[in-house]
Each structure stands twice: as structure tokens, then as C-alpha cells.
Design a protein around this ligand. Structure first.
Ligand code: AMP
Length: 180
């Protein structure tokens, strides 16, 4: 059963000053907590990719697991988790990326993506694009080809979309919030 189109933006809650002063946190738990909203979100992400040649859906920890897992299920494709450093039990490859203060690393199992596989990367939100950029580099390091990067939310004033497009990746987003 497919959901009716609806404005999922209305179901996303904004929490000011989380996790620190000045940040407007776009909280998708309220969207996930609405059965129609969750279904509609997943349906829209699936619709954008149903005709593409995708071998694997890769979700970025942690909210990308919830969305990416559902998208993979619906597309009938496998799911691969891209996790923060030290969380995966097997042999991994990693890519470091810059944060406002310091660095972070995303990792993936070394055998999760093989040469030439087409990968859809999924997360809840794109801000600077730093996290997704690292995830894309990770997939490419494994020999995979990133077909598109899908997000529920774009923060267009921050400019992450352009960063990914400059890498030659199609960026898909379902709604936008002004500001940062
Ligand atoms: P970035 O690497 O700057 O594109 O940040 C994207 C990641 O940080 C995603 O995994 C988001 O879940 C999280 N994130 C960044 N900014 C926000 C925000 N304003 N509200 C909610 N999540 C955010």
C-alpha cells in the first residue's frame, strides 16, 4: 500500500539550542512517530530511486539506519551501515572528516561494498555535507559507485548540497528549512 503525499515538513519538530546554543535541531522522531508520515517519507525516498540501478543502500549512523533500512527493504536491496569509529565488529575502512572543532571518522566493513556496485547513501539531514562527503569517499574507496545521496531535510543556507554535487553525486531532499 502506498501512502498519500503529505507535507512531511509539518511533522518535523524543531528544538532550539540543541545540542548547543544557536543550533536549531530538526528532530525527525516526531515524523517517525506518525505512521502516515513515516510511510510517506520512505515512499518518497523509494519513488526517487525505484528506476535507478541500485545494488546497495548505505545508511549513515544513526538516523540514516532507520530511513535507509526501510528504503532498502522496500527496494528489495541489501543494507550497509556506515558507522562512527570503533562501532563495527569486523575489519573496516575509514574516512576522517572535519568538524567545527576537531575531526570525526566514519567506517564501513571492508567487504560490505565490492568493486563496481551501485550505492544509494541515505541520512536524515544534510547541513555542511561533511558527513555525507566522508560516506561517499568511503563507498568510493571500496570501489563502489554512489548513484545518489538521499536526505529528508536540506538546510540550503549551509551549502552541503553543492559540496556533494561538486563530487558528481545527485542529491535528493524532501524538504528544506531556512537558516542553520
Ligand atoms: P553535516 O555533516 O554538517 O551535513 O551534518 C549532517 C549530520 O549531522 C546528519 O547526520 C544530521 O543528523 C546531523 N545534523 C546536523 N545539523 C543538524 C540539525 N540542525 N538538526 C538535526 N540534525 C543535524
Amino acid at each position: 500500500m502506498q501512502s498519500d503525499p503529505m507535507d512531511i515538513k509539518d511533522l518535523i519538530r524543531t528544538i532550539p539550542d540543541y545540542p548547543k546554543p544557536g543550533i536549531m535541531f530538526r528532530d525527525i522522531t516526531t515524523l517517525l512517530n506518525d505512521a502516515r508520515g513515516f510511510r510517506c517519507t520512505v515512499d518518497q525516498l523509494v519513488q526517487l530511486n525505484v528506476v535507478s540501478e541500485i545494488d546497495i543502500v548505505a545508511g549513515i549512523e544513526a538516523r540514516g539506519f532507520i530511513l535507509g533500512g526501510a528504503v532498502a527493504h522496500q527496494l528489495g536491496k541489501p543494507f550497509v551501515p556506515i558507522r562512527k569509529k570503533g562501532k563495527l565488529p569486523g575489519e573496516t575502512i575509514g574516512v576522517e572528516y572535519a568538524l567545527e572543532y576537531g575531526t570525526d571518522t566514519v567506517e564501513m566493513h571492508i567487504d560490505a561494498v565490492t568493486e563496481g556496485q551501485c550505492v544509494l547513501v541515505v541520512d536524515d539531514l544534510i547541513a555542511t555535507g561533511g558527513t555525507a562527503e566522508a560516506a561517499i569517499k568511503l563507498v568510493r574507496q571500496a570501489g563502489g559507485k554512489v548513484i545518489a545521496a538521499s536526505f529528508v531535510i536540506d538546510l540550503p543556507d549551509i551549502g552541503g548540497r553543492k559540496k556533494l554535487e561538486d563530487m558528481g553525486v545527485e542529491v535528493q531532499t524532501l524538504c528544506e528549512f531556512e537558516g542553520d
